[in-house]
Design a protein around this ligand. Sequence first.
Ligand SMILES: [Ca+2]
Length: 512
Amino acid sequence: MRKPNAPSSRSVGLVWLSLLGGMALTVTDSATAAMSPQSPISSQSPESSSRPNIVIVLADDLGLGDLSCLNPNAATATPNLDRVAAAGARFTDAHSPSAVCSPTRYGILTGRYCWRSSLKSGVLWTNDPLLIEPDRPTIATELATRGYETAFIGKWHLGLGAQGPTDWTAPLDGGPHTVGFERSVGIPSSLDIPPYCWFRDGAGDPSPTTTIEGSKHRRQDGGGFWRAGAIGEGFVHQEVLARSVDESIAVVQNHAKANDGRPLFLELCLSAPHTPWLPTDRFQGTSTAGHYGDFVNEIDFEVGRLLAALETSGLAENTLFIFTSDNGSHWPVADRQRWGHAANLDWRGQKADIHEAGHRVPLLVRWPSVVAPGTTIKETVCLTDLYATSIAAAGESESATAPPPSQGGEDSINLVPLLAEGNTAGLADRTGIVHHSLDGMFAVRVGDWKLIEGLGSGGFTAPKRRAAKEGEPTVQLYNLATDPRETKNIAARNPGEVARLQAILDRIRADD
Ligand SMILES: [Ca+2]
């Protein structure tokens, strides 16, 4: 099994980049060569400069086309996120490792595809125990050994409790606090899956002790949707987004106030724009895409509040700030036609699907003095890469007695050289990126080629799975350079390409 990139190879080229000033640059294959310095001239690698704070903000079901910086025709307006993109890098070919929630969250924190874990399809459900295996390294455990304060806020959806159904009458013996986060405030899973409650540092805050009826309406025409089930006293669905950001701002402010020389790692997992779509009064009617679009606008406002807190606390300048989404938007063709809003741009499908809209996600990175403003990165990357990237950004473990370098991050590539210098060498370590759908359908992406191991969407779009007709291939093959919409399955006339990609997928899967 491949080990994560050695952090020692990351020379981030701070001095070289500073020579570029504010010049916008576009990282393409041809530009990469021109951008590469003759030799590393950085004198400020993370080892010798102060370690950066690292903030990862993960939206829930936000599509590429929801950001106005990525979609000139968006029915939404995201000025704060647009400023993040303008100040740093935007990726155009970034993928969540899964087209749904829990597996992507596992992949980000561990740098490992979730289908290697016990969860082979779907998402965790009410009161499932912790999915992350005991002793598995996570971004949080690795950064903690490097002296970071570590905090998790928001939607967890990785299970609570060590085994069996979560026991809310006792301290939680599994959760963010057992996988490296010294502080945590969150909700168990999606905002439409009970129990509805907050937890704080390993205990209910308060635990769910009563019940709520389910809401009747599912999407645009109702008051939001959630399933009936347990709820904690005082829990209000509509307050979760703002409260998650309030808690994050408190973490930032307390961190700045402590000023103890430790850097901060904060993972903020937003509960939006996943259903229930519950924009507060202030945002209703601010978009032309109904409650969904209004909710997206509220996300942007809330991220803006966090960015402002980083600025006023004096942390922003030395912070690697990452914004992304756990899967594509839950936005079928009917919604696009009704509202004229392409939440997933022109990519085929929607959340949960194996086609591009299921897993091609927005990814913005702002890192002043390392990532040049206005950078566009077209290389294919996976959110599992945030594991090795975060560890590389943090630098070597500071304690001689700290555990040895991680043996985790099996499916993670360090993106710091790509971000800082347009250096694509590290990406060559990966033969292909694996995509995974709601029902466990696999696909592999190698260059422009994409092989899907089955027929149908594997997710929400019908048909989910279908049998091959007589003489029809049992797989889908597309070339995204010539057919980005995945309209024409060319598996039948490219058996050699099918065999090549199938062998790569089999090899990655077997490498466990
Ligand atoms: Ca999601």
